[in-house]
Write a protein that binds this ligand. Structure first.
Ligand code: AMP
Length: 285
């Protein structure tokens, strides 16, 4: 595996591979890797001859009161973890490499960025879209892989690619979970053992919502209410949002008739966890 922090060196490496006719995949991450990230790499490897993994904790997507300074970082641990994963080149730029001077050009994917995580983290998705657009220009991948754990992020990137006619296929990868259902996240290391224990209620509540839907519940508000109650009863976490929205464009839903996204964010102390499930509706016969 090659590794570089330098944009010109990475461009050179990729130009060579493109000349050889290789299909290039990009897997963008913020590091402190886990099995969720490995699933993205694995899927990339299955479809593309050359896999670029980026690790960059992007300051643009953190609000002033968020956890940028304490976000876990350990490059050597990450390098060890991906030794046999099939990454061809690891790109790990510094902040100076990515933003040598204060940035004044941004990519904003409006509407989609105003709801769910965007409502409570203003500027977050502008930071995400800007850094991903920049990575797309640096790497020029044919395919890029994003986890459905960050479903809103995946939709936003897909929309950015479509609106700006970028020649890139955006590929979603299903959520990887712990045995008890908790979605893997680099932030899980911050949970106390009690919080970790309680956090399993998030995925359990999503499963319960699916069962309610299967049993015939079609009211989005009623599902949200039941989810909120289940979470509040079973943990000390503070609910940021629990919402049922259209899975295609995140628009509001009252009666569930099309595929919906059930998304939630809950704060355990200062650690904010997100989870979601896309639910199809089987029409009544
Ligand atoms: P992050 O390093 O948290 O910014 O995540 C980098 C990529 O990995 C994003 O596309 C995430 O959606 C994806 N990812 C993170 N956790 C998971 C997970 N548990 N399952 C699937 N994908 C994930």
């Amino acid at each position: 595996m090659k590794r570089t922090s330098l944009i010109p060196e990475l461009r050179q490496i990729i130009a060579q591979e493109k000349q050889r006719g290789r299909v290039i995949a990009l897997v963008p991450t913020m590091g402190y890797l886990h099995r969720g990230h490995l699933a993205l790499i694995e899927q990339a490897k299955q479809t593309c001859a050359y896999v670029v993994l980026s690790i960059f904790v992007n300051p643009l997507q953190f609000g002033p009161k968020e956890d940028l300074s304490r976000y876990p970082r350990d490059l050597e641990r990450d390098v060890n973890l991906i030794k046999h994963a099939g990454v061809d080149v690891l790109f790990h730029p510094t902040e100076q490499d990515m933003y040598p001077h204060p940035i004044v050009t941004y990519v904003e994917v409006s509407q989609l960025d105003a709801v769910l995580c965007g409502a409570t983290r203003p500027g977050h998705f502008r930071g995400v879209a800007t850094v991903v657009c920049k990575l797309f220009h640096i790497v020029q991948p044919d395919l890029a892989f994003f986890g459905q754990k960050d479903y809103q992020q995946y939709l936003i990137i897909q929309r950015m690619v479509s609106d700006l006619s970028l020649p890139i296929e955006v590929c979603p990868v299903p959520i990887v979970r712990e045995e008890d259902g908790l979605a893997l996240s680099s932030r899980n290391v911050f949970l106390t053992s009690e919080q970790r224990q309680e956090a399993k209620v998030l995925s359990q509540s999503l499963i319960e919502a699916e069962e309610c839907l299967l049993a015939g519940e079609r009211s989005a508000r009623e599902l949200e209410k039941q989810l909120r109650e289940k979470i509040s009863r079973n943990c000390h976490g503070v609910i940021d949002y629990v919402e049922v929205r259209d899975a295609g464009d995140l628009s509001e839903v009252t009666i569930i008739e099309r595929p919906v996204l059930i998304a939630l964010a809950v704060k355990f102390g200062s650690t904010r966890l997100i989870d979601n499930k896309v639910l199809e509706v089987i029409p009544h016969v």
